[in-house]
Design a protein around this ligand. Structure first.
Ligand SMILES: *Cc1c(COP(=O)(O)O)cnc(C)c1O
Length: 345
């Protein structure tokens, strides 16, 4: 298989159309998902009244496929993405796709786009985007009758070019998710409401928004698209606990790595903004599939800067260890826990 002629190391994070995608359909009439297939056409034809266009009935996932040192193409824990998509579907009244079909769709679409999977050592990966949406007409407020599930892929460049630089973020006055709302599922609508907040943050010189719990505005939740990790004075990995945080697969994997590979203590508990202000945390990081960990060097709280001890020059030692261990596991240089790495070819 000949790779595409792409300057892999200089790719950004942007959509590039690849050759193949996976499509499955659900109809109320059939009462089930069909078997799905790999197709060429990247265009979707649907009614102007499709449910997704009016009432945002859609959920998505994001994972990556990449080449290991010994030349295999693999994905990382796709079964967890499949389970999480089921939870999102439950929350949005979308018929659930089985985890088996989900994992099979990932395998098929990555295999069909093998020429687009970046070679080992470039830092680039093939980003895989599964998504599901209401496709049939809906005018009264209710779930659609028919749905489409798709998976496309797009090659993306290394997240950090020339080292992971700490970022400057702010405490947001906007809310991301209501206490008993949809914050814990990967619904497109959560992102719709974060768009104004992120543009406003960028316009004011901040890389991201840290959202607080909307009910009391005293506890740390997460950013628009990444969970937050803290290292306290006792070198414990502290993970904020809340019902409206999206359960990041990277965060769950890092918690396992911290405990079982690095011998760290890990606690999941409510984290108060006041603790951050007092300087109780030596390191802060954002985690997600794209970057694994992005270090946070400084947090702006309504005009006052909170300087994190690890500073703005480089990633702190614990975040560095966590990130390099998980990356080593993903890339096949460190032995992975059973079932984490799915070999595609
Ligand atoms: C997808 C997402 C994350 C990161 O999850 P991963 O599974 O680690 O990629 C974090 N927060 C939000 C709001 C997300 O949508």
């Amino acid at each position: 298989m000949e790779k595409k002629n792409i300057d892999w190391s200089n790719l950004g994070f942007a959509y590039m159309k690849t050759d193949k995608r996976y499509v499955a359909n659900y109809t109320a009439e059939a009462g089930k998902w069909d078997d799905g297939a790999i197709v060429d056409d990247d265009k979707i034809v649907m009614s102007e009244d499709a449910g997704v266009l009016h009432y945002s009935q859609s959920a998505f996932e994001g994972l990556k496929a990449y080449t290991t040192k010994d030349g295999h193409i693999v994905t990382f824990r796709p079964d967890l993405n499949g389970e999480r998509l089921q939870q999102s579907c439950e929350g949005l009244e979308i018929p659930k796709l089985s985890v088996e079909q989900f994992v099979d769709s990932i395998h098929k679409v990555v295999e069909a786009n093998a020429a687009w999977v970046p070679p080992f050592g470039t830092g680039a990966t093939l980003y895989v985007r599964p998504f599901v949406f209401g496709i049939s007409p809906v005018i009264g407020v209710k779930p659609a009758d028919d749905y489409q599930y798709r998976v496309f892929t797009t090659p993306v460049g290394p997240y950090f070019k020339g080292g992971a630089k700490p970022i400057y973020v702010r405490i947001s006055d906007f809310d991301r998710a209501a206490p008993h709302g949809t914050g814990n599922i990967k619904a497109g609508l959560n992102y719709a409401m974060s768009l104004h907040a992120i543009v406003d943050a960028h316009n004011n010189g901040f890389a991201e928004n840290i959202y607080l719990d909307p009910a009391t505005r005293t506890k740390i939740e997460e950013t628009g698209g990444a969970n937050i990790l803290f290292i306290d004075e006792d070198d414990t990995l502290v993970i904020p606990k809340s019902n409206s945080i999206l359960p990041s697969i990277t965060r769950r994997s890092l918690a396992f790595v911290a405990e079982h590979y690095l011998g760290m203590k890990v606690t999941e508990r409510e984290v108060y903004l006041d603790e951050v202000k007092k300087g109780n945390f030596k390191e802060v990081g954002l985690c997600g599939t794209a970057a694994v960990i992005s270090p946070v060097g400084k947090i702006n709280d309504h005009g006052t800067d909170i300087n994190i001890a690890s500073g703005m020059d480089e990633m702190g030692p614990w975040m560095t260890k966590l990130r390099s261990t998980l990356l080593g596991i993903q890339e096949g240089e460190i032995e992975a826990p059973e079932g984490w790495i799915h070999r595609i070819m």
